[in-house]
Ligand binder design. Structure first.
Ligand code: 8YV
Length: 312
């Protein structure tokens, strides 16, 4: 008999195929009538494999009284109500570390693309303007600039290494100071004030909602750049749009947005922003490694062994 698990969304195809071969899978995202679907699954489902931003809240947990584990595809678990899981004794796992290098690659690509305007340079050439109008306008160097990392965890450290290789200096702010060779700032405003590039790498969720607010963007100032590879919720998005339109900051590189995959169309008109469709971990190798970890956590849990990467 296969163990019953539930998918919350469409996700990495290879991972979902393996899960479907090993478990009896119920696909919540394909249910026409969600209530009827949950009613029929309620006495069977013992695990959730969560994919994407679909919320896993207390109501969903209550609809599945036999639920023992939520195994998330991704390091960020902001869509899961962790307190609700804890109260109900439900294990939550994620997929840390295996994505650090890829996410850091994307972060540094956003810094290069934003300061050096490389996507705009390419569009300029493809539109025939090089021959027509001459060289593209001069841009901004990375070397000698300061990157302020808001949320220096394992991904932040991988970003710092790459930024230093580009000749940048590193500062950071975390709630707690770490034993690292980088200058510490006591709050996000001071960090922004001391930085040319503010790199947002914090977890998402209520604790960091709109952490990058008017005070932080004002401190970053008209010569400062914002890069966000964390969650859209960490930045006040309407305000960021306004600051970019009015050039109250110099530019932004964004891999994440508040209501993905919907991006306010006003962002598309900005010349001082580089926008990626949440691709930081999106390589064949890394997504496979994330999926393998998600699957292994489920296997181990149902075999009565300790999971590998427990959050709650
Ligand atoms: C993925 C991510 O885009 O790990 C995370 O927290 O945001 C990304 O790696 C996401 O998990 C894919 O659904």
């Amino acid at each position: 008999m296969k163990t019953d698990i539930l998918f919350t969304g469409k996700g990495h195809a290879g991972t979902q195929a393996i899960l479907e071969s090993e478990f009896a899978v119920h696909k919540l995202h394909e249910a026409g009538d969600r209530d009827a679907f949950l009613k029929s699954a309620s006495q069977k489902v013992r695990g959730i494999a969560s994919f994407g931003a679909a919320p896993v809240n207390g109501a969903l947990m209550d609809a599945l009284p036999r639920l023992e584990i939520i195994s998330n595809f991704g390091v960020g678990v902001d869509q899961i109500d962790l307190d609700a899981a804890k109260k109900r004794g439900i294990v939550v796992t994620n997929t840390p570390d295996v994505l650090n290098e890829c996410v850091a690659d994307t972060a540094i690509a956003l810094v290069l693309n934003t300061l050096r305007q490389l996507p705009q340079c390419e569009a300029y050439l493809r539109a025939g303007r090089w021959a027509e109008k001459g060289p593209y306008a001069l841009t901004t160097s990375l070397g000698g600039k300061t990157m302020g990392i808001l949320g220096l965890g394992r991904i932040g450290e991988a970003v710092a290494k790459r930024a230093m290789a580009c000749g940048m200096q590193i500062r950071y702010h975390n709630r707690n100071r770490k034993d690292v060779p980088y200058a510490y700032d006591p709050d996000p405003v001071t960090l922004a004030k001391n930085s040319d590039v503010l790199m947002v790498v914090t977890p998402g969720g209520p604790e960091t909602k709109n952490l990058v607010n008017a005070q932080v963007l004002d401190a970053l100032g008209p010569k400062g750049f914002l890069v966000n590879i964390a969650r859209g919720s960490v930045v006040d998005e309407p305000l960021l749009l306004k600051y970019l339109q009015e050039r109250k900051i110099a530019g932004a590189g964004l891999d994440v947005f508040a209501d993905e995959p919907r991006v306010p169309p006003e962002f598309f008109k900005l010349e001082n922003a580089v926008l990626f469709p949440h691709v930081a971990s999106a390589t064949q190798e890394t997504r496979k490694a994330m999926g393998d970890l998600q699957i292994e956590n489920l296997r181990r849990h149902f075999a009565g062994k300790p999971v590998l990467t427990r959050v709650v």
